[in-house]
Design a binder for this molecule. Structure first.
Ligand SMILES: CC(C)(COP(=O)(O)OP(=O)(O)OC[C@H]1O[C@@H](n2cnc3c(N)ncnc32)[C@H](O)[C@@H]1OP(=O)(O)O)[C@@H](O)C(=O)NCCC(=O)NCCS
Length: 172
């Protein structure tokens, strides 16, 4: 397994896996397949390349050279928000689940965030019914601080979203 930042050469593999994620795990993402299916490879490349100002980057997990998972880290650049980063869009392909890729991606995000001067915490949102993701985040020390009722609508069903935080100053 290799964990590294994605770059424009990964655009085609990322787009294929991202659309697989949106199709196969609609309850895990706020974006829908139709939102992203029409994106050109140039748009995708621009989206996955680390932003020059450090506001966003995307980590990929590779098995035998193939992209098998990804996660994004968003770092707001406004002065009053710079002490926090947001984790978003975590996904591991079904064939590679329970092989440690999700944990490795999470550890990469945590290490990256810890290395940014002034960052004190990582936030994320997770569907309250997503037991696998919640177990993964809990194992890294994330704690829930609130639940937004009916935050996500998929078809006719509504899902609560759990907001979680990993605070570096709390011994994590
Ligand atoms: C959640 C997800 C990223 C986990 O990825 P993964 O590579 O399978 O996770 P890992 O193998 O690194 O597992 C790490 C820990 O997470 C927990 N975990 C992972 N999958 C689990 C499951 N199905 N049930 C219970 N706990 C689970 C366990 O604590 C596990 O540690 P263990 O294997 O030592 O018991 C993956 O299931 C996935 O992509 N799901 C669909 C998309 C999704 O839900 N994304 C999250 C959006 S917030």
């Amino acid at each position: 397994m290799e964990i590294r930042l994605l770059d424009p050469r990964d655009a085609a593999a990322y787009q294929a896996l991202r659309l697989q994620a949106l199709r196969g795990s609609p309850h895990a993402f706020s974006a829908s397949h139709d939102d992203e299916a029409a994106r050109s490879l140039d748009e995708v490349a621009a989206r996955i390349v680390p932003a020059a100002d450090g506001s966003v980057c995307m980590f990929g997990a590779f098995e035998h050279g193939e992209l098998a998972g990804f996660v994004a880290l968003i770092h707001p650049q406004r002065a009053k928000l710079r002490h926090g980063v947001e984790l978003a869009g975590m996904y591991v392909a079904p064939a590679w689940r329970r092989h440690g890729l999700g944990r490795a991606l999470l550890q990469a995000v945590i290490a990256h965030a810890r290395a940014i001067d002034g960052v004190r915490q990582i936030g994320l949102g997770v569907n309250a019914t997503n037991a696998a993701a919640k177990a993964l985040y809990a194992s890294a020390g994330f704690a829930s601080w609130g639940v937004q009722p009916q935050a996500l609508r998929v078809g006719d069903a509504f899902y609560d979203e759990e907001h979680q935080l990993l605070r570096f100053d709390a011994g994590n």
